[in-house]
Design a protein around this ligand. Structure first.
Ligand code: ADP
Length: 396
């Protein structure tokens, strides 16, 4: 097959996309990539070419801000304004695959209906993921589309690690820990194997620290445990999400503080985390530049909770050989990495200051017991690889 695979990663206020050339080369070649940000308020499109040079920048006229219209326009740009685009497939990040989807799948009417039922479990993401699939189908009904699930990488986790301490019947009904960011973790597992195959076989914790944040404990490249659970609210403190929380707080807010379920949901997903604690911003860059003590407190809490969860996952793994940082904060914020690693010194974690401040791949000091690394993630490439494999090179 020859042509391009369009990868779409549709979130609540942004759509990231990439076009990969499938052809003679064994590795898919990324031709263009970009994103639409601030959907819902003032959408902005940026498209870059393979070298990272911006080739299109565009704003929408006032009043045009819905996901549907933005997606439709994005598809027009992709098909008609980028040179040489001949789409042969689309691959999508779909956040929740429930218990049924442990592997990427070709989208058909019946599995799309099944995926609709999982929207309640990922209200911030799943409806947008599925809307992107429907928008592509409406415009290009014959284009094969593949769904790649963020939960799939964790489906093989030991049963014990998927359980909540709730009545058994609820687990059997699907109230269990699913875990997310699986496409990112799978990509990092492959990259680590390429960079240091010996280390990849050992006990590794990957810290995906972006607006959404989670940890994955891996052994021999497979997920063993992860901090996100039934929904993408659990685990680490995030940009606007609270992370782990005493469920009694939710009961109290609904019963005593007279908040509606919708209000509590909005608060937990959109008004908590770094934004909620600082009262200023969900963006680490803004908080690091601020001299407001609330900004520092929010960052201190973020780092302390991340270190605490790393220690907990090290216990699940029975020890720790490496920590890999990835995503926006993990890849670009040495001060946050340093603050997290300082709290792990008792485990034998020591950073090389120069390597850390210059975002090198290996950032640990030679006299430490635990390797620390920075590996950029690429969820869109993982989607492209899965799409290509499923459509043209199925496993025996
Ligand atoms: P998302 O989960 O939306 O994909 P990102 O992975 O882009 O989020 O992470 C967003 C966070 O990463 C923000 O807090 C931001 O401050 C930080 N970040 C992203 N890119 C950079 C950068 N180039 N330099 C410094 N910080 C960055």
């Amino acid at each position: 097959m020859n042509g391009q695979i369009l990868c779409l990663n549709a979130g609540s206020s942004s759509i990231k996309f990439a076009l990969f050339e499938a052809g003679a080369a064994t590795k898919l070649v990324r031709r263009h990539f970009g994103k639409v940000e601030e959907i819902g308020s003032d959408p902005r499109l940026t498209v870059k070419d393979a070298s990272g040079k911006t080739v299109i920048e565009r704003r929408w006229p006032e009043g045009v801000s819905s996901h549907e219209s933005v997606l439709e326009d994005l598809l027009t740009v992709v098909r008609h304004e980028l040179p040489g685009t001949d789409l042969i497939a689309a691959g999508h990040r779909v956040v929740h695959g429930g218990t049924r989807f442990a592997e990427p799948c070709l989208i058909e009417d019946d599995n799309l209906r099944d995926l609709d039922t999982l929207c309640a479990l990922a209200p911030l993401h799943q409806p947008h993921n599925l809307a992107a699939i429907r928008a592509v189908a409406a415009l290009l009904p014959d284009l094969p589309q593949v769904a790649c699930f963020d939960t799939a990488f964790h489906r093989g986790n030991p049963d014990l690690n998927q359980r909540f301490a709730l009545p058994r019947s609820l687990h059997d009904q699907g109230i269990r820990r699913y875990g997310f960011h699986g496409l990112s973790y799978e990509f990092i597992a492959d990259e680590l194997h390429r960079i240091d195959p010996g280390l990849a076989k050992k006990r590794v914790i990957v810290a995906h620290l972006g607006n959404g944040a989670s940890l994955c404990a891996m052994h021999d490249g497979r997920s063993i445990d992860t901090t996100m659970g039934f929904t993408a609210l659990d685990g680490l403190m995030m940009g606007t999400r609270c992370g782990s929380l005493d469920p009694g707080v939710v009961l109290h807010l609904i019963r005593q503080a007279d908040m509606s379920v919708q209000e509590v949901e909005r608060m937990l997903y959109r008004q908590s985390g770094l934004l909620g604690v600082s009262g200023l911003s969900s963006d680490v860059r803004t908080l690091l530049e601020s001299d407001d003590p609330r900004a520092q407190e929010a960052l201190d809490l973020f780092c302390m909770l991340a270190a605490k969860e790393i220690s907990a996952l090290a216990t699940v793994l029975g020890g720790l050989d490496a920590v890999v940082f990835t995503a926006g904060i993990g890849e670009n914020q040495p001060r946050i990495r340093q603050a997290i690693c300082n709290r792990l010194e008792w485990l034998g974690m020591v950073l090389d200051q120069t390597a850390n401040t210059t975002n090198q791949t290996s950032i640990s000091a030679v006299d430490g017991n635990i390797a620390a690394m920075v590996i950029p993630t690429d969820e869109e490439r993982m989607i492209a690889n899965h799409t290509c494999r499923l459509l043209w090179n199925p496993s025996p």
